[in-house]
Write a new protein. Structure first.
Length: 302
C-alpha cells in the first residue's frame, strides 16, 4: 500500500521508516528539507510540497499528518482539502482535541474525503516496538487502510483497533494520556518517599529492577524509570520541571462536562503545574498565614 507522510519529527520519521520496512510505498514531506533528505536513507520518496505529495500518490490517496495540534494541523488539513478528491483520506496521528477532529471529519465529508483520527502512542520506541493505535472514523475507510495500521502496530493482531466514529480515536488517546499522567505521578511519589527514608539507605535502581519482575506494579513506565535511575540514581542532572502537552487538561475538562470524577488524573496534572513554580505565591501565603495566626517561624527570602 502507498501513503503520504507529512511531518517528519521523530515520531513521524519512525512511522515512515516502519512502513517502508513493512513493504509500503511512502512519499514524505516536511517543511524542513533536511528531514525529507534524511528520509531517503530508509527508502521513502521525498516530495517538495503538499502538491507534490498528492501528485505522486495513486487514487484513492491516503495522507497521514504528524504535526503539532492546533493551527499547524488546521492549516495542513485545509490545504490538503483543496488538493484531494472524493474517496481520498486524511489521517491525523497527532494529539488533536477530539472535538476538532469531529468538526474536521464533518467538514471533509461534504467533499467525500474521509478523515481518520488516529490516537498514537509509542513515542521514540515505536520504530522497534510498534505503535499503539486508537482509530476513529468511518468503518469502511478504516478497513481499507487497515494494512497501514497493522504494519505500524506491535503485531498483526495486537495494539490496534477501530474504537469508534470520527473523534473517538483522539478522545481515547486523551484518556490514555490522562491515565499516563496518573501512573507517572504514582511512581514519582513512591520513589520520592523511599529516597526520603535516609536511615535505610535504599538502593533505588535495585528496587526498580526488583519491581520489574513479578510485581503487580510492573509496567513499561517502570522499565523506563529503572533505566533512568540506573543512569543517574539521584537524578541530579535534571530539574524538577514537568511540562504537559494538553491532553491531561482536556481530560479534566471533559470530566467536568460529564460529571465523572477523575481525582488522580486531576491531581497529577496539578502536580505538573506546581513543578514549574520555583517559589510559588500560594506557598508564600501559607507561610504568612501560619506566622500571622500562630506566630510560627517563617523563612525570609534572600
Amino acid at each position: 500500500m502507498e501513503l503520504g507522510m507529512i511531518g517528519l519529527g521523530r515520531m513521524g520519521g519512525n512511522m515512515a521508516q516502519r512502513l517502508v520496512t513493512g513493504g509500503h510505498r511512502v512519499v514524505t514531506f516536511d517543511r524542513d528539507p533536511n528531514a525529507v533528505t534524511a528520509s531517503h536513507g530508509f527508502g521513502s520518496e521525498g516530495a517538495s510540497s503538499l502538491e507534490d505529495v498528492v501528485s505522486r500518490l495513486t487514487a484513492p490517496r491516503a495522507l497521514w499528518i504528524m504535526v503539532p495540534a492546533g493551527q499547524a494541523t488546521e492549516d495542513i488539513i485545509s490545504a490538503l482539502a483543496q488538493l484531494l478528491n472524493p474517496g481520498d483520506a486524511i489521517l491525523d496521528g497527532g494529539n488533536a482535541n477530539y472535538k476538532d477532529s469531529m468538526r474536521r471529519a464533518e467538514k471533509l465529508s461534504v467533499q467525500g474525503i474521509d478523515f481518520i483520527d488516529v490516537g498514537t502512542s509509542g513515542g521514540i520506541w515505536g520504530l522497534t516496538e510498534g505503535f499503539s493505535l486508537m482509530v476513529g472514523g468511518n468503518e469502511v475507510a478504516v478497513t481499507r487502510l487497515e494494512p497501514i495500521f497493522r504494519t505500524l502496530a506491535p503485531a498483526l493482531d495486537k495494539g490496534y483497533s477501530r474504537v469508534g466514529p470520527s473523534g473517538a480515536g483522539h478522545f481515547t488517546k486523551m484518556v490514555h494520556n490522562g491515565v499516563e499522567y496518573g501512573l507517572m505521578q504514582a511512581y514519582a511519589e513512591g520513589f520520592e518517599l523511599m529516597a526520603a527514608k535516609e536511615e535505610f539507605d535504599l538502593d533505588l535502581p535495585t528496587i526498580a529492577e526488583t519491581w520489574r519482575y513479578g510485581s503487580v506494579v510492573r509496567s513499561w513506565l517502570l522499565d523506563l524509570a529503572a533505566d533512568a535511575l540506573k543512569e543517574d540514581p539521584a537524578l541530579e542532572s535534571l530539574d524538577a520541571y514537568v511540562d504537559d502537552s494538553g491532553e491531561g487538561r482536556w481530560a479534566v475538562e471533559e470530566s467536568l462536562e460529564l460529571a465523572v470524577p477523575i481525582p488522580v488524573i486531576t491531581l497529577s496534572l496539578q502536580a505538573r503545574f506546581r513543578s514549574r513554580q520555583g517559589n510559588p505565591f500560594g506557598g508564600r501565603l501559607l507561610a504568612a498565614l501560619r506566622n500571622k495566626f500562630g506566630g510560627h517561624v517563617v523563612r525570609k527570602s534572600e
